[in-house]
Design a protein around this ligand. Structure first.
Ligand code: RI2
Length: 309
């Protein structure tokens, strides 16, 4: 898919989910390199930089997109020829996409160990990483139930319940405001991540922090299912994660509102690390306090350059 079409698809939520948008960004840059017909390396770099900015501007909150784009472009600045730069970008994107898909599978295997017979799991929104955990446990023959929130305003919970039901999972849809009431039946919560800060704060779909508060009150464990490329180097020196605010029409489209009514539509929120029991990643289960350590291990000194970008 070309860059403009990808940007459009991400903006309109045709492509959604932090992992999916990261892979879409990487693929768009790969296609851009593959189909580039110009002959001048300098012009290619300028056009590539423009494509990169367009993709990064398509959704501001999920650092997965930023990390996917940076992983794809890594080293291309140092290439001596246009063909070399194009080949590297295509190779990087392929590698990133394969490792991203593989990470979801591994998270499923690690997370499934936390689910036992008789558990009642709650999930929020539509996270492929959280779904991987649930479906892996189900495939292993474990007998448990799932509650999934509707997740207003986009109702991604409908995608979640349909996928789980299709695969034979015992799943019940609830409205978002039923979370606290239902929490008395729940034994474990699994949610995804758009971004995890260096302090272990989770930025995820709006309503996640309410789910976490209700879980904390009921002493129910909350697990975050997150690939490590959702860890944000930019938060290392305290940069705040931008919370995307979307169109008002996404909240109310079927009722007449008095013109004096204002609408506020933030689509992500922050859950402090104290409400998170563990983060399930492709390298294992870690405490929220270990995010900084994992980032420094994976990125080495590069983390200080990235954190300043
Ligand atoms: P996976 C989604 O955001 C949800 O917030 C979900 O928890 C998160 O991305 C991670 O999804 P949106 O794109 O990468 O629906 O686990 O706004 O699929």
């Amino acid at each position: 898919m070309d860059v403009d079409r990808t940007v459009e698809a991400i903006k309109t939520m045709e492509i959604h989910g932090a992992g999916r948008i990261a892979r879409a960004g990487a693929s768009a840059l790969s296609d851009f390199a593959e189909n580039y017909t110009g002959k001048d390396l300098g012009k290619f770099r300028a056009d590539l930089a423009e494509a990169k900015e367009k993709i990064l501007g398509s959704r501001p909150t999920a650092v997965s997109l930023w990390n996917g784009v940076h992983a794809t472009l890594k080293g291309s600045d140092a290439c001596a020829t246009l063909d070399e730069a194009k080949a590297l970008i295509i190779k990087n994107a392929k590698q990133f996409n394969e490792s991203s898909v593989n990470a979801v599978k591994i998270i499923g295997e690690i997370g499934a160990k936390r689910i036992q017979d008789g558990d009642v799991v709650l999930t929020h929104c539509n996270s492929s990483a959280a779904i991987s955990v649930i479906e892996t446990a189900h495939r292993q023959g474990k007998k448990f139930k799932v509650y999934a929130t509707e997740t207003r305003p986009w109702r991604q919970g409908v995608v979640t319940v349909n996928e789980l039901a299709k695969n034979g999972v015992d799943v019940t849809l609830i409205v978002d405001s039923a979370v606290r009431s239902v929490m008395k039946y729940v034994t474990k919560v699994f949610v995804g991540a758009d971004t995890v800060t260096s302090h272990g704060t989770l930025v995820n779909k709006i309503g996640t922090s309410q789910v976490a508060l209700a879980a904390n009150e009921a002493r129910v464990q909350l697990y975050v299912c997150s690939e490590t490329y959702k860890f944000s180097p930019m938060t290392l020196f305290g940069d705040l994660v931008t919370i995307e605010e979307r169109d008002h029409a996404e909240v109310i489209w079927d009722a007449k509102l008095d013109p004096a009514v204002k609408i506020f539509n933030p689509v992500f929120d922050s859950t402090p690390s104290k409400y998170i029991d563990a983060i399930i990643t492709e390298i294992g289960m870690i405490s929220p306090g270990s995010v900084y350590h994992v980032m420094t291990q994976q990125l080495g000194d590069e983390i200080f350059r990235l954190s300043g970008e």
